[in-house]
Design a protein around this ligand. Structure first.
Ligand code: ADP
Ligand code: MG
Length: 292
């Protein structure tokens, strides 16, 4: 389909930047009663920074060197943040072998003879690493602050944890206020931990939070909502979000999002402003009223 550009200027200095792919989209937008959001990169900027590093039975520099080595091939923003942090502390890059990324979970590789893992706590546990009460307590404390915790394991031992924080997008809180005023329910879906998701969700005023989801779980969550009679708009930015954007009654992609997300969506927020989700819904209602 040939994209149709709907650029609308409102009051003084207010402009909306939306790309609507087909005219059916207006009808879909007009009936939406629930908006589902991806967290990382959508409700937040998706550029996390490392705020804490804690080590268990290893030197700090050793932990940082190992972490930057295993995250070296990673394209995930978490991997980039850990590499950047380690580099700033003066670590020398080391090369890993047999790197594998487990989407939504973490990364694994070999350094010499040693297996190295970095990822969410449940991922390293899945791979046979047992977390001591001390490590677990630190993970819980940092997660409760809304930080994403990555565990670094060498062999079967957790030797360090990294806490990362991402910034909520400007206007996110206000958007949820506005959606609530219009009687539209909101849900946040994320692969991140429950505590982290709740901390951010509560801060922003999201009605419901569903965490620790794999990309296929996000699709299933939307399907369940639809089967319950909801008309669902899904807002996302990442490759991981593409199937969910396609499943939703209407997919809305952030303009700076990945190509796959943009291809799967019916509406693109070309200005990359979260508040234009509201503009899209208002535009849908207005257009549909005048067109019928
Ligand atoms: P989201 O749904 O919030 O966009 P993802 O599905 O991309 O998150 O990732 C979910 C979780 O998997 C992250 O919060 C992190 O704990 C872990 N993870 C993913 N990639 C990496 C990586 N390269 N290094 C460490 N942990 C990772
Ligand atoms: Mg995302």
């Amino acid at each position: 389909t040939t994209p149709m550009l709907s650029a609308i200027a409102g009051g003084k200095g207010i402009s909306i930047g939306l790309l609507v792919k087909a005219s059916e989209v207006f009808h879909e937008l007009s009936v939406v009663d629930m908006v589902v959001f991806d967290k990382t990169g959508t409700l937040t900027y998706g550029r996390p920074t490392v705020t804490n590093v804690e080590t268990f039975g290893s030197e700090r520099i050793e932990t940082l060197t190992l972490a930057s080595a295993i995250e070296e091939p990673s394209e995930h923003p978490i991997g980039q943040a850990i590499r950047f942090f380690a580099l700033r502390e003066g670590t020398q890059p080391a090369a890993v072998k047999e790197f594998r990324a487990a989407p939504g979970k973490g990364v694994e590789a070999r350094l010499g003879e040693t297996e190295v893992l970095a990822g969410k706590p449940s991922f390293v546990e899945e791979r046979g690493v047992s977390l001591t009460a001390q490590v677990r307590a630190r993970i819980d404390a940092l997660s409760n602050e809304g930080k994403t915790v990555v565990v670094l394991a060498r062999g079967k031992e957790a030797i360090g944890i990294f806490a990362l924080q991402d910034t909520p997008r400007r206007g996110a809180q206000r958007l949820f206020e506005k959606l609530r005023q219009r009687g539209i329910k909101t849900v946040m879906l994320t692969g991140d931990a429950q505590r982290v998701a709740e901390a951010i969700g509560n801060k922003l005023g999201v009605d419901e939070v569903r965490a620790e989801l794999l990309p296929t779980d996000k699709v299933a969550a939307i399907e369940t909502l639809q089967n319950a009679g909801r008309k669902v708009a899904m807002v996302g930015d990442g490759i991981n979000d593409a199937p969910a954007l396609a499943q939703a009654n209407i997919g809305i992609a952030l303009g700076a999002g990945t190509d796959v997300a943009i291809e799967s969506a019916g509406v693109i927020l070309i200005g990359d402003r979260l508040n234009d989700v509201l503009s899209a819904l208002i535009l849908g209602k207005a257009s549909y009223r005048t067109m019928t």
